[in-house]
Design a protein. Structure first.
Lengths: 298, 293
């Protein structure tokens, strides 16, 4: 049977709006990277501004802040990546042991609620509860005789507050994914193990963990592509000049340099640097994910 | 499965206690904020409020809901959610449909697919985007909040994978009966993908409601900010320069803390109301894109 005589032009037509919008608002900024090689003046535009070669790059490499920002970014995001696997995995294993269905469902419902709230809302909540004077966290610690801690204003605390609050927002979401993978394990494997006299711990070790190994490796691999994304929206809503030393990351620095101080060229140069490294990381992780877990997004 | 041994029963109770505590910890901060927002200024300023309002009153809510900027920004957000969701959903549909065709039938599919993929892999960064938004003349208008993110590539991928799993025979039958691409899309694919569309639609609403950064940088004047951007300046940056003198005076009478709490709660309220639905479609949403041929 002839499959179809339908012509393809309506398909092209359907794609046209998306192609135009992506050309302007995604490919346009990619072309706009030329700013990194210019002494960019908005009135002169992308083509009219003076070209200055690699001067912007030389300038940013000479900045004393650069090392600190790179370190903060990688340090914070690596902690987040590790915690982002360990915590949800543990919680999903524990949840999987709960037999009371309503209780299990109730816990699930509560833990991923923060995922849907914006960092403005969560940031506002955190600023309030972590306040050294009126915050409920310090009031609670006070019961044990601990002096108020300025969690958001001390460099020794700030990165860890970022990691913990990121877990608060996101661990519920990943827990659900792991839990879905856990329920996909063939129950007859457990039955056979029980017949053979395997304890619950042994069942977890020999059946549950191998059963979700693929998804754990996959999610871990994909998150590696985000090493330079330490969470702009979160940091931006929680940090202040007191904690720039420990909490200023690439994205917040680029924002301040580019859009507040109007140093367009150097800011774009840092952004380009980050985009290129991210591209390499993401491509590599997608390739690895495809190779080892047969994962592909298309 | 029943646990008869004593250590197992102890573990069960301990485990349930631990998880219950964890779940409670996740929502207690939100409950605390809610309690503060309904408390008197004196109790809030003294830090006495825990998880239940002290001297219950609604003064803070009255103040917030009568403040011009709050309501104005709420209107901008409603406008943005309305237009933004419609634009996103329509573009998701008409983009996912052609891309769901086999490459043997639609030869250029691969080129289009890569064209979309590149936008996930690489971006120009914030400064060039800012300049492009400026060059295209939409700075300060509602379109600055809609057009730059008008094509949600991830949602397109979710939906096209869903389309690819629909039975091919339906489409073939429609073509043989003389239906064109448009009617196949809107009269066969759309009705069959309603659960998928509901999931994507809900997430799109949440995204538009929650977005704040684009409002902050693309809307020139604070009276055009969407709600979350306005809340960002008030709650996080503590920038009161745009408030009227009258507002500032009233604010001194009520506590700054209870007002902020009321604003935080109001900013989260629509999400809390949508949450039961989000939850229902949520797991569907995660697994939506995972089934491959």
């Amino acid at each position: 049977m002839k499959r179809s005589t339908l012509s393809n032009w309506p398909l092209h037509l359907l794609l046209l709006p998306a192609v135009i919008l992506l050309l302007v608002y995604c490919y346009g900024p990619m072309f706009g990277i030329v700013i990194a090689f210019q002494k960019f003046i908005p009135a002169k535009g992308f083509l009219g501004s003076d070209w200055i070669g690699f001067d912007n790059f030389r300038y940013i490499l000479s900045l004393s802040d650069m090392r600190e920002i790179m370190w903060n970014t990688v340090y914070i995001s690596v902690m987040k990546i590790i915690a982002g696997v360990v915590v949800p995995l543990t919680v999903s294993l524990l949840l999987n042991e709960i037999r009371h269905r309503l209780f299990k469902r109730g816990v699930q419902t509560l833990i991923y609620l923060p995922h849907f709230l914006s960092w403005v809302i969560l940031g506002g909540i955190l600023v309030d509860i972590l306040s050294p004077s009126t915050g409920i966290v310090n009031a609670f610690l006070g019961l044990f005789g601990i002096n108020p801690v300025y969690f958001l204003g001390e460099n020794s605390w700030f990165p860890y507050v970022l990691v913990i609050s990121d877990i608060w927002k996101e661990f519920g979401f990943s827990t659900i994914i792991y839990l879905a993978a856990l329920t996909g394990i063939n129950p007859s494997l457990y039955e056979a193990a029980v017949m053979d006299g395997a304890s619950r711990i042994k069942q977890i070790w020999h059946i549950t963990l191998p059963g979700i190994r693929t998804i754990v490796v996959l999610l871990m691999t994909l998150s590696l592509g985000n090493v330079l994304n330490a969470g702009f929206e979160q940091v931006f809503n929680l940090y202040s000049p007191q904690v720039y030393d420990s909490g200023d990351i690439i994205d917040t620095y680029v924002y301040r340099m580019g859009l507040i101080s109007a140093q367009y060229g150097p800011a774009t140069a840092i952004g380009l640097f980050k985009s290129v490294i991210s591209l390499v990381l993401i491509s590599t992780t997608y390739y690895l994910a495809y190779k080892f877990a047969k994962y592909r997004i298309f | 499965m029943h646990y008869t041994t004593r250590p197992m029963r102890v573990f069960q109770w301990f485990n349930a206690f631990l998880l219950g505590l964890l779940a409670l910890l996740c929502v207690l901060p939100i409950i605390h904020i809610l309690a503060v927002s309904f408390s008197s200024s004196a109790a809030a300023t003294a830090g006495l409020v825990r998880f239940w309002p002290i001297d219950f009153n609604v003064k803070s809510y009255e103040f917030v809901l009568s403040s011009g900027l709050f309501l104005k920004s709420l209107l901008v957000t409603l406008e943005r959610v309305g237009i933004g969701v419609a634009v996103n959903m329509l573009l998701t549909l008409i983009t996912a449909y052609p891309l769901s065709k086999d490459s043997e039938r639609f030869k250029q599919r691969t080129i289009y697919t890569w064209f979309m993929l590149v936008t996930i892999l690489f971006s120009g960064g914030i400064v060039p985007l800012f300049m492009i938004v400026r060059e295209t003349g939409i700075m300060g208008s509602i379109w600055a909040l809609i057009l730059p993110g008008a094509v949600p590539v991830f949602n397109v991928i979710l939906l096209l994978n869903f389309f690819r799993n629909l039975p091919k025979e339906l489409e073939e039958a429609a073509f043989i009966d003389g239906a064109g691409h448009m009617s196949t899309l809107f009269r066969i694919f759309v009705p069959l993908s309603l659960p998928a569309l509901a999931t994507i639609g809900l997430l799109t609403v949440v995204n538009h409601w929650n977005a704040w950064f684009d409002g902050l940088i693309f809307m020139n004047s604070p009276d055009r900010y969407p709600l979350q951007s306005y809340l960002q300046t008030i709650i996080i940056q503590r920038d009161y320069s745009n408030m009227t003198e009258q507002d500032l005076k009233t604010m001194q009478l009520i506590s700054d803390r209870t007002i902020k709490s009321a604003q935080i709660f109001l900013g989260a309220l629509p999400i809390l109301l949508l949450y039961p639905f989000l939850q229902k479609y949520f797991v569907t949403g995660i697994t939506l894109g995972s089934v491959k041929e």
